[in-house]
Design a protein around this ligand. Structure first.
Ligand code: DI6
Ligand code: FE
Length: 400
Protein backbone atom coordinates (compact mmCIF):
# COMPACT_ATOMS: atom_id res chain seq x y z
CA UNK A 1 0.00 0.00 0.00
CA UNK A 2 1.67 3.29 -0.96
CA UNK A 3 1.72 5.71 1.91
CA UNK A 4 0.20 9.13 1.47
CA UNK A 5 0.71 12.18 3.64
CA UNK A 6 0.31 15.93 3.45
CA UNK A 7 3.05 18.52 4.06
CA UNK A 8 1.41 21.66 5.39
CA UNK A 9 2.50 24.99 6.88
CA UNK A 10 5.31 25.30 4.35
CA UNK A 11 6.86 27.81 1.96
CA UNK A 12 7.41 26.49 -1.51
CA UNK A 13 10.50 27.75 -3.34
CA UNK A 14 9.43 30.49 -5.75
CA UNK A 15 11.06 29.20 -8.92
CA UNK A 16 8.33 26.64 -9.01
CA UNK A 17 6.12 29.56 -9.99
CA UNK A 18 7.57 29.51 -13.51
CA UNK A 19 5.10 28.13 -16.02
CA UNK A 20 1.34 28.13 -15.79
CA UNK A 21 0.93 24.62 -14.43
CA UNK A 22 3.31 25.24 -11.57
CA UNK A 23 2.37 26.39 -8.14
CA UNK A 24 3.19 29.69 -6.43
CA UNK A 25 2.66 30.29 -2.75
CA UNK A 26 2.38 28.73 0.64
CA UNK A 27 0.06 25.80 -0.25
CA UNK A 28 0.38 22.16 0.61
CA UNK A 29 1.97 19.10 -0.95
CA UNK A 30 0.47 15.61 -0.97
CA UNK A 31 3.04 12.82 -1.18
CA UNK A 32 1.49 9.72 -2.75
CA UNK A 33 3.82 6.76 -2.38
CA UNK A 34 7.00 7.51 -4.31
CA UNK A 35 5.59 10.49 -6.18
CA UNK A 36 4.05 13.88 -5.59
CA UNK A 37 0.29 13.53 -5.80
CA UNK A 38 -0.72 17.15 -5.46
CA UNK A 39 0.69 20.64 -4.96
CA UNK A 40 -1.56 23.66 -4.52
CA UNK A 41 -4.04 25.38 -2.22
CA UNK A 42 -5.40 23.32 0.64
CA UNK A 43 -8.93 24.06 -0.61
CA UNK A 44 -8.18 22.28 -3.88
CA UNK A 45 -6.81 19.10 -2.29
CA UNK A 46 -8.33 16.14 -4.15
CA UNK A 47 -10.80 14.06 -2.17
CA UNK A 48 -8.53 11.01 -2.18
CA UNK A 49 -5.98 12.77 0.06
CA UNK A 50 -8.40 14.38 2.52
CA UNK A 51 -7.99 11.69 5.18
CA UNK A 52 -4.17 11.49 4.86
CA UNK A 53 -1.85 12.19 7.77
CA UNK A 54 -0.84 15.87 7.95
CA UNK A 55 2.72 16.90 8.81
CA UNK A 56 2.87 20.58 9.75
CA UNK A 57 6.33 22.02 9.11
CA UNK A 58 6.29 25.32 10.96
CA UNK A 59 6.54 27.57 7.92
CA UNK A 60 9.72 25.93 6.61
CA UNK A 61 10.93 26.16 3.02
CA UNK A 62 10.43 23.11 0.81
CA UNK A 63 12.58 22.66 -2.30
CA UNK A 64 13.06 19.73 -4.62
CA UNK A 65 15.74 17.35 -3.34
CA UNK A 66 19.06 18.77 -4.55
CA UNK A 67 20.91 17.29 -7.52
CA UNK A 68 24.71 17.23 -7.85
CA UNK A 69 24.99 16.72 -11.61
CA UNK A 70 28.82 16.55 -12.00
CA UNK A 71 31.05 14.55 -9.66
CA UNK A 72 34.08 12.28 -9.79
CA UNK A 73 33.53 11.09 -6.23
CA UNK A 74 34.66 7.47 -6.66
CA UNK A 75 38.47 7.47 -6.49
CA UNK A 76 41.44 6.21 -4.53
CA UNK A 77 44.03 8.24 -2.64
CA UNK A 78 44.44 11.95 -2.01
CA UNK A 79 46.18 14.79 -3.78
CA UNK A 80 47.04 16.91 -0.76
CA UNK A 81 50.75 16.97 -1.79
CA UNK A 82 49.81 18.49 -5.15
CA UNK A 83 47.72 21.06 -3.37
CA UNK A 84 50.89 22.10 -1.55
CA UNK A 85 52.83 22.18 -4.83
CA UNK A 86 50.23 24.42 -6.44
CA UNK A 87 50.39 26.77 -3.48
CA UNK A 88 54.09 27.26 -4.15
CA UNK A 89 53.64 28.01 -7.82
CA UNK A 90 53.26 24.79 -9.87
CA UNK A 91 50.29 24.86 -12.22
CA UNK A 92 47.72 22.09 -12.65
CA UNK A 93 49.04 21.47 -16.18
CA UNK A 94 52.71 21.38 -14.96
CA UNK A 95 51.86 18.71 -12.39
CA UNK A 96 49.94 16.63 -14.91
CA UNK A 97 52.68 16.89 -17.53
CA UNK A 98 55.14 15.65 -14.92
CA UNK A 99 53.03 12.53 -14.42
CA UNK A 100 51.01 13.64 -11.39
CA UNK A 101 47.51 15.00 -11.38
CA UNK A 102 44.94 12.65 -12.86
CA UNK A 103 47.70 10.00 -13.28
CA UNK A 104 48.40 9.85 -9.56
CA UNK A 105 44.71 9.24 -8.87
CA UNK A 106 44.66 6.60 -11.62
CA UNK A 107 47.41 4.70 -9.81
CA UNK A 108 45.66 4.92 -6.45
CA UNK A 109 42.30 3.93 -7.95
CA UNK A 110 43.79 0.92 -9.74
CA UNK A 111 45.33 -0.24 -6.45
CA UNK A 112 42.17 0.27 -4.38
CA UNK A 113 39.78 -2.60 -3.67
CA UNK A 114 36.15 -2.29 -4.62
CA UNK A 115 35.16 -2.21 -0.95
CA UNK A 116 37.78 0.45 -0.19
CA UNK A 117 36.55 2.63 -3.03
CA UNK A 118 32.98 2.16 -1.87
CA UNK A 119 33.77 3.10 1.73
CA UNK A 120 35.56 6.32 0.79
CA UNK A 121 32.90 7.31 -1.74
CA UNK A 122 30.14 6.71 0.81
CA UNK A 123 31.70 9.27 3.14
CA UNK A 124 31.47 11.85 0.37
CA UNK A 125 27.93 10.81 -0.50
CA UNK A 126 26.91 11.11 3.16
CA UNK A 127 28.15 14.70 3.20
CA UNK A 128 25.90 15.45 0.24
CA UNK A 129 22.93 13.62 1.78
CA UNK A 130 23.27 15.76 4.92
CA UNK A 131 22.60 18.76 2.68
CA UNK A 132 19.41 17.43 1.11
CA UNK A 133 20.92 15.93 -2.04
CA UNK A 134 18.74 13.15 -3.50
CA UNK A 135 20.39 12.58 -6.92
CA UNK A 136 24.07 12.51 -7.87
CA UNK A 137 26.01 11.91 -11.04
CA UNK A 138 29.27 9.95 -10.77
CA UNK A 139 31.90 9.70 -13.51
CA UNK A 140 34.49 7.04 -14.18
CA UNK A 141 37.80 8.14 -15.68
CA UNK A 142 40.42 7.22 -13.08
CA UNK A 143 40.97 3.75 -14.51
CA UNK A 144 42.20 4.28 -18.07
CA UNK A 145 41.96 0.49 -18.31
CA UNK A 146 38.90 -1.68 -18.72
CA UNK A 147 39.08 -3.40 -15.38
CA UNK A 148 39.34 -0.23 -13.31
CA UNK A 149 36.71 1.68 -15.30
CA UNK A 150 34.31 -1.24 -14.69
CA UNK A 151 35.25 -1.28 -11.01
CA UNK A 152 34.56 2.46 -10.62
CA UNK A 153 31.18 2.23 -12.32
CA UNK A 154 30.14 -0.81 -10.27
CA UNK A 155 31.04 1.13 -7.11
CA UNK A 156 29.07 4.13 -8.37
CA UNK A 157 25.99 1.97 -8.91
CA UNK A 158 26.42 0.45 -5.44
CA UNK A 159 26.22 3.89 -3.86
CA UNK A 160 22.56 3.93 -4.88
CA UNK A 161 22.00 0.56 -3.22
CA UNK A 162 23.78 1.45 0.01
CA UNK A 163 22.07 4.82 0.45
CA UNK A 164 18.68 6.38 -0.29
CA UNK A 165 19.95 8.32 -3.27
CA UNK A 166 19.60 8.11 -7.04
CA UNK A 167 22.86 7.68 -8.97
CA UNK A 168 23.44 8.45 -12.65
CA UNK A 169 26.72 7.14 -14.00
CA UNK A 170 28.86 8.65 -16.74
CA UNK A 171 31.69 6.94 -18.64
CA UNK A 172 34.65 9.32 -18.74
CA UNK A 173 37.19 7.02 -20.39
CA UNK A 174 38.45 10.01 -22.39
CA UNK A 175 39.74 11.78 -19.26
CA UNK A 176 43.47 11.23 -19.87
CA UNK A 177 45.60 8.66 -21.69
CA UNK A 178 48.46 6.54 -20.35
CA UNK A 179 51.81 8.29 -20.81
CA UNK A 180 53.31 5.38 -22.73
CA UNK A 181 50.52 5.42 -25.31
CA UNK A 182 49.29 8.13 -27.66
CA UNK A 183 45.78 9.50 -27.34
CA UNK A 184 44.62 7.89 -30.59
CA UNK A 185 45.98 4.46 -29.66
CA UNK A 186 44.38 4.74 -26.23
CA UNK A 187 41.01 5.60 -27.77
CA UNK A 188 41.25 2.78 -30.29
CA UNK A 189 42.60 0.05 -28.07
CA UNK A 190 41.18 0.83 -24.64
CA UNK A 191 38.66 3.63 -24.34
CA UNK A 192 36.21 2.76 -27.11
CA UNK A 193 36.17 -1.00 -26.44
CA UNK A 194 35.69 -0.27 -22.73
CA UNK A 195 32.76 1.99 -23.55
CA UNK A 196 31.11 -0.91 -25.35
CA UNK A 197 31.72 -3.17 -22.39
CA UNK A 198 30.35 -0.82 -19.73
CA UNK A 199 27.33 -0.14 -21.94
CA UNK A 200 26.70 -3.87 -22.44
CA UNK A 201 26.79 -4.35 -18.66
CA UNK A 202 24.26 -1.57 -18.20
CA UNK A 203 26.68 0.38 -16.03
CA UNK A 204 26.47 3.72 -17.79
CA UNK A 205 23.89 6.43 -18.49
CA UNK A 206 25.99 8.96 -20.46
CA UNK A 207 29.45 9.55 -21.94
CA UNK A 208 31.79 12.44 -21.15
CA UNK A 209 35.29 13.55 -22.23
CA UNK A 210 38.00 16.07 -21.30
CA UNK A 211 38.58 18.37 -24.26
CA UNK A 212 41.73 20.24 -23.33
CA UNK A 213 45.38 20.74 -24.27
CA UNK A 214 46.26 18.26 -21.49
CA UNK A 215 43.32 16.03 -22.50
CA UNK A 216 41.82 15.22 -25.90
CA UNK A 217 41.46 17.28 -29.08
CA UNK A 218 38.03 18.09 -30.52
CA UNK A 219 38.66 15.55 -33.31
CA UNK A 220 39.38 12.85 -30.73
CA UNK A 221 36.33 13.80 -28.68
CA UNK A 222 34.24 13.55 -31.83
CA UNK A 223 35.26 9.90 -32.18
CA UNK A 224 34.16 9.29 -28.59
CA UNK A 225 30.82 11.02 -29.22
CA UNK A 226 30.20 9.07 -32.43
CA UNK A 227 30.84 5.82 -30.61
CA UNK A 228 28.50 6.88 -27.77
CA UNK A 229 25.77 7.72 -30.25
CA UNK A 230 26.06 4.27 -31.83
CA UNK A 231 25.41 2.82 -28.37
CA UNK A 232 22.45 5.14 -27.85
CA UNK A 233 24.16 7.02 -25.01
CA UNK A 234 23.78 10.78 -24.53
CA UNK A 235 26.96 12.85 -24.30
CA UNK A 236 28.35 15.72 -22.22
CA UNK A 237 31.78 17.37 -22.15
CA UNK A 238 34.40 19.00 -19.93
CA UNK A 239 34.86 22.03 -22.16
CA UNK A 240 36.76 25.30 -22.02
CA UNK A 241 38.02 24.73 -18.46
CA UNK A 242 41.64 25.79 -18.98
CA UNK A 243 41.57 27.07 -22.58
CA UNK A 244 39.18 27.59 -25.49
CA UNK A 245 39.22 24.45 -27.65
CA UNK A 246 35.77 24.93 -29.16
CA UNK A 247 34.55 21.99 -27.08
CA UNK A 248 31.20 23.49 -26.11
CA UNK A 249 30.21 24.07 -29.74
CA UNK A 250 31.30 20.53 -30.59
CA UNK A 251 29.22 19.18 -27.71
CA UNK A 252 26.22 21.25 -28.79
CA UNK A 253 26.53 19.92 -32.33
CA UNK A 254 26.07 16.44 -30.83
CA UNK A 255 23.03 17.60 -28.81
CA UNK A 256 24.99 17.17 -25.60
CA UNK A 257 23.04 17.22 -22.37
CA UNK A 258 25.62 19.63 -20.96
CA UNK A 259 28.94 21.34 -21.44
CA UNK A 260 30.74 21.76 -18.14
CA UNK A 261 33.27 24.25 -16.61
CA UNK A 262 33.23 26.87 -19.44
CA UNK A 263 35.53 29.55 -18.01
CA UNK A 264 37.06 30.06 -21.48
CA UNK A 265 33.75 29.73 -23.39
CA UNK A 266 33.53 31.86 -26.56
CA UNK A 267 30.53 33.73 -27.98
CA UNK A 268 30.25 31.08 -30.69
CA UNK A 269 30.13 28.39 -28.01
CA UNK A 270 27.35 30.22 -26.17
CA UNK A 271 25.29 30.58 -29.37
CA UNK A 272 25.72 26.89 -30.20
CA UNK A 273 24.68 25.84 -26.70
CA UNK A 274 21.63 28.10 -26.79
CA UNK A 275 20.55 26.64 -30.15
CA UNK A 276 20.98 23.05 -29.01
CA UNK A 277 19.49 23.52 -25.52
CA UNK A 278 22.72 22.27 -23.95
CA UNK A 279 22.92 23.03 -20.22
CA UNK A 280 25.92 25.03 -18.92
CA UNK A 281 27.18 23.19 -15.83
CA UNK A 282 29.24 25.64 -13.79
CA UNK A 283 31.75 24.37 -11.25
CA UNK A 284 32.83 27.24 -9.00
CA UNK A 285 34.70 25.04 -6.52
CA UNK A 286 37.14 23.99 -9.27
CA UNK A 287 37.52 27.66 -10.25
CA UNK A 288 38.21 28.44 -6.60
CA UNK A 289 40.57 25.55 -5.90
CA UNK A 290 42.65 26.26 -9.02
CA UNK A 291 42.68 29.96 -8.10
CA UNK A 292 41.43 30.60 -11.63
CA UNK A 293 40.84 34.25 -12.45
CA UNK A 294 38.90 33.96 -15.71
CA UNK A 295 35.20 33.89 -14.94
CA UNK A 296 32.70 31.94 -17.03
CA UNK A 297 30.56 34.36 -19.11
CA UNK A 298 27.53 34.27 -16.82
CA UNK A 299 25.82 37.39 -18.16
CA UNK A 300 26.16 36.22 -21.74
CA UNK A 301 24.81 32.78 -20.86
CA UNK A 302 21.91 34.46 -19.10
CA UNK A 303 21.24 36.76 -22.07
CA UNK A 304 21.32 33.82 -24.47
CA UNK A 305 18.88 31.84 -22.31
CA UNK A 306 21.28 28.95 -21.72
CA UNK A 307 20.11 27.01 -18.62
CA UNK A 308 22.79 27.14 -15.92
CA UNK A 309 23.38 24.29 -13.48
CA UNK A 310 25.81 24.22 -10.55
CA UNK A 311 27.67 21.15 -9.30
CA UNK A 312 30.49 20.27 -6.91
CA UNK A 313 32.83 18.57 -9.46
CA UNK A 314 33.87 16.60 -6.38
CA UNK A 315 37.30 15.17 -7.30
CA UNK A 316 40.69 14.84 -5.59
CA UNK A 317 42.55 17.23 -7.89
CA UNK A 318 40.66 20.38 -8.73
CA UNK A 319 37.68 20.26 -6.39
CA UNK A 320 38.02 18.36 -3.11
CA UNK A 321 34.47 19.49 -2.36
CA UNK A 322 31.46 17.64 -0.99
CA UNK A 323 29.13 20.55 -0.20
CA UNK A 324 26.50 21.54 -2.72
CA UNK A 325 25.35 24.38 -0.45
CA UNK A 326 28.86 25.86 -0.38
CA UNK A 327 28.90 25.41 -4.17
CA UNK A 328 25.72 27.52 -4.31
CA UNK A 329 27.39 30.16 -2.17
CA UNK A 330 30.38 30.16 -4.54
CA UNK A 331 28.05 30.38 -7.55
CA UNK A 332 26.65 33.56 -6.04
CA UNK A 333 29.81 35.06 -4.52
CA UNK A 334 32.39 34.12 -7.17
CA UNK A 335 30.24 33.94 -10.33
CA UNK A 336 27.58 36.55 -9.53
CA UNK A 337 24.65 34.18 -9.94
CA UNK A 338 21.50 35.17 -8.09
CA UNK A 339 20.33 32.95 -5.22
CA UNK A 340 17.39 32.01 -7.40
CA UNK A 341 19.71 30.96 -10.24
CA UNK A 342 21.79 28.96 -7.75
CA UNK A 343 18.68 27.12 -6.56
CA UNK A 344 17.52 26.39 -10.10
CA UNK A 345 21.09 25.30 -10.82
CA UNK A 346 20.98 22.46 -8.29
CA UNK A 347 17.41 21.39 -9.06
CA UNK A 348 15.56 21.86 -12.33
CA UNK A 349 18.58 22.63 -14.55
CA UNK A 350 20.73 19.98 -12.86
CA UNK A 351 18.06 17.40 -13.66
CA UNK A 352 18.10 18.48 -17.28
CA UNK A 353 21.91 18.20 -17.40
CA UNK A 354 21.39 14.53 -16.51
CA UNK A 355 18.59 14.00 -19.00
CA UNK A 356 16.07 13.54 -16.17
CA UNK A 357 12.63 15.12 -16.17
CA UNK A 358 11.00 13.28 -13.29
CA UNK A 359 12.86 15.15 -10.52
CA UNK A 360 14.24 18.59 -9.74
CA UNK A 361 10.78 20.16 -9.56
CA UNK A 362 7.81 19.93 -7.22
CA UNK A 363 4.94 18.98 -9.48
CA UNK A 364 2.28 16.30 -9.42
CA UNK A 365 3.67 13.13 -10.97
CA UNK A 366 7.35 13.86 -10.22
CA UNK A 367 9.42 11.79 -7.77
CA UNK A 368 8.71 12.80 -4.20
CA UNK A 369 12.33 13.89 -3.64
CA UNK A 370 12.19 16.91 -1.36
CA UNK A 371 14.37 18.92 1.01
CA UNK A 372 12.89 20.84 3.93
CA UNK A 373 14.98 23.62 5.42
CA UNK A 374 15.19 25.39 8.77
CA UNK A 375 14.26 28.72 7.19
CA UNK A 376 11.62 30.07 4.86
CA UNK A 377 13.62 32.32 2.51
CA UNK A 378 15.33 30.42 -0.35
CA UNK A 379 18.13 33.02 -0.52
CA UNK A 380 19.37 31.60 2.82
CA UNK A 381 20.55 28.52 0.94
CA UNK A 382 23.16 30.48 -1.02
CA UNK A 383 23.88 33.02 1.70
CA UNK A 384 25.03 30.85 4.59
CA UNK A 385 28.52 29.33 4.77
CA UNK A 386 29.17 26.17 6.78
CA UNK A 387 25.69 25.92 8.22
CA UNK A 388 23.74 22.67 8.54
CA UNK A 389 20.27 23.96 7.74
CA UNK A 390 18.52 20.81 6.54
CA UNK A 391 15.44 19.92 8.60
CA UNK A 392 14.35 16.83 6.69
CA UNK A 393 15.07 14.98 3.45
CA UNK A 394 12.44 12.98 1.60
CA UNK A 395 13.56 10.46 -1.04
CA UNK A 396 10.91 8.68 -3.06
CA UNK A 397 8.35 9.62 -0.41
CA UNK A 398 10.46 8.21 2.46
CA UNK A 399 11.90 10.43 5.15
CA UNK A 400 15.59 9.54 5.27
N1 DI6 B 1 38.42 18.51 -15.07
C1 DI6 B 1 38.36 18.53 -13.74
O1 DI6 B 1 38.17 19.50 -13.08
C2 DI6 B 1 38.55 17.17 -13.25
N2 DI6 B 1 38.62 16.43 -14.45
C3 DI6 B 1 38.57 17.24 -15.47
O2 DI6 B 1 38.63 16.84 -16.61
C4 DI6 B 1 39.82 17.07 -12.48
C5 DI6 B 1 40.32 15.69 -12.40
C6 DI6 B 1 41.56 15.57 -11.56
O3 DI6 B 1 42.42 16.46 -11.52
O4 DI6 B 1 41.67 14.51 -10.91
FE1 FE C 1 34.88 17.32 -13.73
Amino acid sequence: MPRTYILSDIKIAPFISKGSDEYVGDGIIAVDGETIGFIGDADDLPQQYRESEVRALGGRLVTPGLIDCHTHLVYGGSRAREFEMRLTGASYEDIMTAGGGIFSTVEATRRASESGLLASALQRVDNLIREGVTTIEVKSGYGLDTETELKMLRVARRLGEERHIRVRTTFLGAHAYPKDMGADDYLEQICLPTMEEVAAEGLVDAVDGFCETVGFTPAQIERVFNAAEKLGLPVKLHAEQLSDQGGAALAASHNALSADHLEYLSDAGIAAMADAGTVAVLLPAAFYALRETKLPPIQKLRDAGVPMALATDSNPGTSPMTSLLLTMNMGATLFGMTPQECLEGVTVHAARALGLNDCGQIKAGKHADLAIWNFSDPAEMSYRIGDAPLHMRIFGGETC
